[in-house]
Design a binder for this molecule. Structure first.
Ligand code: 8Y7
Length: 271
């Protein structure tokens, strides 16, 4: 799924209540399916389904509420579409049920630190797992994040998390690394990370990046409206590709796929 192509775009499918104007369960599921179909048609290599908002300052979601949101969506997508599904959660119970419902990858923004049982679930499933760097926790992570050397510290974090994951029975080849753009980072930190992704190449694992519509783009470009940050998102993803990233988590699948196809074609033509 991931190894068979040099890069892929991961489409974001949020099934949090605030992502729907209409409260009805059926309406929500239909809206999620419509979005999933569109992303699949637009060239998404995988769809990341999440039911817990990880935005800075967001409140935690009850595990059973999260399950009620994501499982029907995963079942529906897995039943209808060929596009593989990733579960965006830091809870082992959610991940376990998601895998049973048809998800084939775990995207854990806590990198197995959020739930002591998550590593065992990933090891048993033998599925790819994304380990993302975050300084602190969502509620407080943007309160004056400090690093001596953000790139070196993220690399050390990756090393420690890889060792932990492998010690828990997760195969090294199933690990995907993500520096966690916006998760306990200033605008400057995010730019430094994105400008030095090649530093993570020594770890020899697939690199995932999530820049889509994020605040650092707004800060650099002077764009307050998240929907107006697509051009900046594309610029960041194209340069991240040049820096070695292989998985791009985005809201706007068609536009990012086109940009990355062109970037890839040019890269291949380098003499
Ligand atoms: C990321 C992510 C979010 C990211 C990975 C947002 C769930 C915030 N960002 N997962 N999730 N990497 N792996 O704006 O950057 O999409 S949520």
């Amino acid at each position: 799924m991931l190894a068979s192509r040099p890069w892929l775009v991961m489409g974001i499918l949020n099934v949090t209540p605030d992502s729907f104007h209409d409260g009805g369960r059926y309406a929500s599921l239909e809206a999620a399916m419509a979005q999933a179909r569109a992303m699949a048609a637009d060239g998404a290599g995988i769809i990341d389904i999440g039911g817990e908002s990880t935005r800075p300052g967001a409140a935690a979601v009850d595990v059973d509420d999260e399950i009620k949101r994501v499982i029907p969506a995963i079942e529906a997508v897995a039943a209808e579409l060929e596009t593989p599904v990733s579960i965006d959660t830091s809870k082992a119970k959610v991940a376990a049920q998601a895998l049973k419902a048809g998800a084939v990858m775990i995207n854990d923004v806590t990198a197995l630190r959020g739930d002591p049982r998550m590593a065992a679930i990933a090891a048993e499933a033998g599925c790819p797992v994304c380990l993302m760097h975050m300084l602190g926790e969502p509620r407080t992570m943007q309160d004056n994040p400090l690093y001596e050397d953000v790139v070196v510290q993220i690399e050390e974090f990756f090393q420690e998390r890889i060792s932990f994951a492998v010690s828990q029975g997760i195969k090294r080849e199933n690990i995907i690394l993500d520096p966690g753009i916006g998760f306990g980072k200033t605008v400057e930190h995010n730019l430094t990370i994105l400008g030095n992704l090649d530093e993570f190449a020594a770890l020899a694992l697939p690199l995932m990046i999530g820049v889509s519509r994020k605040r650092f783009i707004g800060a650099v470009a002077g764009e307050n409206d998240t929907a107006g940050r697509l051009p900046g998102t594309i610029a960041a993803n194209v340069l991240a590709r040049a820096g070695g990233a292989g998985i791009f988590r985005v809201h706007d699948v068609a536009e990012n796929v086109q940009a990355l196809k062109v970037a890839e074609a040019i890269k291949k033509s380098h003499l």
